[in-house]
Design a protein. Structure first.
Length: 610
């Protein structure tokens, strides 16, 4: 749904309506809540503002919305980046680029106001069935949106206070006004989780799993048939045109995300949610697509399936929820190497490159992997070629040289630390970028892009993580029909691991996976590594490290490649690029904004933050 366009439309409509004041001044030109209840267009605007506050970071052209550069997966060459400054020592309760406090709380206030009037607003007053269908759909959307906003608040601000209790955020389920008590304490983390679950359940009860047109009245739910609904009216409310709005399946997926967060090591002791519960909730989502039968065989390269990115293309089976398609060249302009007229902003790290195994499935640290440090990119996981531009990569018919020597055209701008837009690590971003875009203004070629909010691969990985933690690699007490091992096997098989360069199975198969299947701890590490690879540059790593309670301050490394001018032989040296200055003793949990703690005496800060 094009929320910003709708908002601009609503403001335009408001301005147009107020033109009468030129001829006869109004007594008051501010609409009150009772007025909104009478005017559905304005009432709907409250819900639209809720959508507009969704915290999904999807526009990769905007580097201020790029969290991976604050982790061990990447750095940025944009020296003014708030994430760079945060990662190198400036993260504080009054300087927090990861904060969701104001944005999400504003969204919740809009949603609460909307829920107060949705039942009495006139959506289709001439038809009882349409009125009820609109009320149900809009109310279901609102509950789903509120759950999402609370989920992101918990992720960013949930944590332990000095009293040793795990808190979430203040719970608001009714709109605040001038008479409200604003000095509210934080609710327990477990109470916030229960509220998220309740809102998801309300959304699921009111919304269809998927918005799609029906062909006859036999498909209309009995509730609406009894009110006189026909299939054209049902399609108007719940049909194809509503795609992109919060649906039942989206609410189920959000509930699973909340459960995984709550069952993670950082929160599980006091969250009230177990890994068993999280696995079951993930399984509920995956059952909707037939489990592994619905696993998209090209889901790992959704961003470069060009024919499927066009507006006329059907929905991708990999993407559970997405933004509208956008035709632009912004993310390429920001991230292409300099010789391709880009700014090279996101620089993948050597740390991340080392996380990609060999094609035989073994980590590069495994003595049987066949890894050659003198030829480090040979025989690697094919996903490395999909996601990262490394020295010698052929991209857009150009050979990108990130070493310290010129390319065939005697260009050195792509070299490590050559100019301000060059890579700092020896790598450029490739994932999410289209090679048929030209960002140069004089020969601009824009293409369609899709920005996922939730991918099915994320839910499969969440199930694997929770199921392995609850029951080990090979158990399936949910009856979903597959195990944590089965999920990771499918993901690695899709990537081409356990095969040779021609895609033929190796004699040993994926022997490393089979070893992990016998050891829960090894499987845990493997699942986390697969999640790191599959979801890299999708703004997951920062939050994953914290909920897993893994080190935040790992120094980011790069690769310096020199060439002997006499022999042409390349030499590879791993270098330190950026020291991370996090303190894991308390920064696994984000701060409550300092201004809020100073303002409200009942609001407790998380331990360690001042």
């Amino acid at each position: 749904m094009k929320t910003r366009s709708i908002i601009f439309y609503l403001f335009g409509l408001l301005a147009f309506c107020s033109c009468d004041d030129m001829f006869e001044p109004a007594d008051e030109n501010n609409r009150q809540m009772e007025d909104l209840a009478k005017e559905s267009t304005y009432a709907h605007g409250l819900l639209i503002y809720g959508y507009d506050r969704l915290p999904y970071i999807t526009n990769v052209g905007n580097q201020y919305n790029w969290t991976d550069v604050a982790t061990d997966d990447a750095v940025t060459n944009m020296k003014s980046s708030t994430f760079l400054n945060m990662a190198t020592g400036t993260w504080a309760s009054d300087n927090n680029p990861m904060s969701q406090w104001d944005n999400c709380k504003d969204g919740i206030q809009y949603i609460n106001n909307f829920l107060q009037i949705v039942d009495v607003s006139s959506w289709a007053p001439s038809a009882v069935s349409k009125q009820q269908m609109f009320v149900d759909r809009l109310k279901g959307e609102a509950f789903g949106l509120r759950a999402i906003l609370y989920y992101y608040l918990l992720q960013a601000h949930g944590g332990y206070a000095d009293d040793g209790i795990l808190y979430g955020v203040p719970l608001m389920t009714a709109p605040e006004d001038g008479s409200s008590e604003f000095n509210q304490p934080r609710a327990l983390f477990s109470e916030c989780v229960k509220q998220c679950f309740a809102d998801c359940d309300s959304a699921i009860a009111l919304l269809p799993q998927v918005y799609e047109d029906i062909e006859n009245e036999s498909e209309i739910p009995a509730k609406y048939l009894a009110l006189g609904a026909n299939f054209s009216g049902y399609n108007l409310v719940f049909g194809d045109k509503a795609r992109g709005l919060v649906s039942g399946r989206i609410a189920e997926a959000v509930k699973a995300q909340v459960a995984l967060l709550a069952a993670s090591p950082a929160f599980r002791d006091q969250s009230g949610v177990t890994s068993e519960e999280a696995a079951i909730l993930c399984a509920n989502v995956l059952k909707r697509i037939g489990g592994l039968d619905g696993f998209d065989p090209t889901g790992n390269i959704w961003y470069k399936n060009k024919s499927k990115l066009e507006p006329s293309a059907p929905e991708m089976p990999e993407i559970l929820w997405r933004e509208d398609r956008h035709k632009n060249a912004e993310q390429e302009r920001e991230n292409f190497p300099p010789t391709l007229y880009g700014s090279g902003r996101v620089n993948p790290s050597q740390n991340l490159v080392d996380a990609f195994p060999m094609r035989n499935g073994r980590p590069i640290t495994d003595a049987q992997s066949g890894y050659d440090p003198k030829n480090p990119y040979a025989g690697r996981d094919p996903r490395l070629d999909d996601d990262i531009i490394y020295n010698g990569t052929l991209f857009r018919k150009a050979t990108i040289i990130t070493g310290t020597y010129p390319n065939d055209d005697n260009e050195t701008d792509d070299n490590i630390n050559s100019i301000s837009t060059s890579t700092r690590t020896g790598y450029y971003l490739k994932k999410l970028l289209r090679d048929d875009v030209s960002p140069l203004s004089s020969s601009l070629i824009e293409q369609q892009h899709v920005y996922p909010r939730i991918r099915y691969t994320e839910i499969f990985l969440a199930y694997a993580e929770a199921a392995n933690d609850a029951w080990g690699p090979n158990a399936d007490p949910t009856g979903i029909g597959f195990t944590a091992y089965d999920v990771i096997k499918a993901i690695r098989k899709r990537a081409g691991l356990g095969t040779d360069e021609f895609g033929m199975p190796l004699a040993e198969g994926d022997a490393y996976l089979e070893a992990c299947a016998k050891d829960k701890a090894m499987m845990t590490d493997l699942i986390r590594n697969e999640r790191r690879i599959e979801l890299c540059f999708e703004n997951k790593r920062f939050w994953d490290l914290r909920r897993w309670q893994m080190p935040l301050n790992e120094t980011v490394k790069g690769m310096k490649i020199d060439r002997n001018e006499d022999t042409g032989v390349l030499s590879y040296s791993i270098i330190d690029v950026e020291e991370r200055k996090y303190d894991s003793s308390y920064q696994w949990y984000g701060p409550i904004p300092k201004s809020e703690v100073l303002k409200w005496s009942a609001l407790m800060q998380n331990r360690g933050w001042r």
